[in-house]
Design a binder for this molecule. Structure first.
Ligand code: DX5
Ligand code: ZN
Length: 230
C-alpha cells in the first residue's frame, strides 16, 4: 500500500504538535522529519527535541531523514529517541555498512538516501541492509523546489532490482512531490511519497492527502471531488 508522509519542514513550527496531529487526522501514514546540520546541506533545521515532540504528538511512524555529515554519531542517536525509520545519506560517509547496522542496533529501521546525481550503483551493496530507500527528487536542503524528472526512471530501475532480489524495502521519493506527479511515481514502483510544501501549503489537509493518494492510484479529479464531499 502507498504511504503518504508529510514533511514537517513546511509546517508552522510555532504550532508543531497541532500541525502533526492535524496531518495524522487527515490520513497521513508516516511523518517525515528532516534533520539538516548546515554542512551536508546549506540549511539548519531541527535537533532531537523535535523528534521527542513528534513522538508525543502522534502514533504514526516517524521517518527521520538525516542530512548531516556525521551520520555515524547521529544515526544511532536519533534511533534511540524512538524514531521508527532513520535514514542516512550514502554521500555522507565511507562507512555506510557501519552506519546502517548501528541504527538497527539502536532500535530503528535503517534507511539509505541518495541525491539526484548519485547513481543507484552507490547503494547496490546496501539493499539487503535497509528497510527504506530515499531517492531525492530535488537537491536536499529546502522545501518547495521543482521535481528533477530523471528520478522517476531511477525509481523504476530500483523497483525492478528490489523485486528481482525478492527484498522487502520501501522506495520513498522526497522532494518535489505533488498531485501532478504522484501517478507516474506510484506506477514506477514508489511506495512512500514525502510531501512538504504541497500538503502543508494546502488549506484542507484531509482533502490534500486524499487527493495525493487517489491521484497516485490513478483516479481522476471528478471522482476525487465526489469522494471528498461524501
Ligand atoms: C528536502 C527535504 C524534503 C522537503 C520536501 O531536502 O528532504 O523532505 O521537506 O519538500 P517539498 O515536498 O516541498 O519538495
Ligand atoms: Zn526529507
Amino acid at each position: 500500500m502507498l504511504k503518504i508522509a508529510p514533511s514537517i519542514l513546511s509546517a508552522d513550527h510555532g504550532r508543531l504538535s497541532e500541525e502533526i496531529q492535524a496531518m495524522e487526522q487527515a490520513g497521513a501514514d508516516w511523518l517525515h522529519i528532516d534533520i539538516m546540520d548546515g554542512h551536508f546541506v546549506p540549511n539548519l533545521t531541527f535537533g532531537p527535541w523535535v523528534v521527542k515532540t513528534a513522538k508525543k504528538a502522534t502514533k504514526i511512524p516517524l521517518d527521520v531523514h538525516l542530512m548531516v555529515t556525521d551520520p555515524l554519531t547521529l544515526g544511532p542517536l536519533f534511533a534511540s529517541l524512538g524514531a521508527d525509520f532513520v535514514s542516512i545519506h550514502a554521500e555522507a560517509t565511507y562507512h555506510i555498512h557501519r552506519g546502517l547496522t548501528s541504527i538497527r542496533q539502536a532500535g530503528a529501521k535503517p534507511g539509505i538516501a541518495i541525491n539526484p546525481a548519485t547513481p543507484l550503483s552507490a547503494i547496490d551493496a546496501s539493499l539487503d541492509l535497509v528497510d527504506l530507500i530515499i531517492l531525492m527528487g530535488v537537491n536536499p536542503g529546502f522545501g518547495g523546489q521543482s521535481f528533477i524528472s530523471g528520478t522517476t526512471q531511477k525509481a523504476g530501475e530500483l523497483s525492478k532490482t528490489i523485486k528481482a532480489r525478492n527484498l522487502s524495502v520501501d522506495i520513498e521519493i522526497d522532494g518535489g512531490v505533488s498531485a501532478s506527479n504522484a501517478f507516474e511515481l506510484a506506477s514506477a514502483g514508489v511506495t512512500v511519497l514525502v510531501s512538504g510544501s504541497h500538503l502543508f501549503g494546502s488549506t484542507d489537509y484531509s482533502q490534500a492527502v486524499l487527493e495525493l493518494r487517489r491521484k497516485a492510484e490513478g483516479a481522476n479529479a471528478e471522482s476525487i471531488r465526489a469522494e471528498s464531499v461524501r
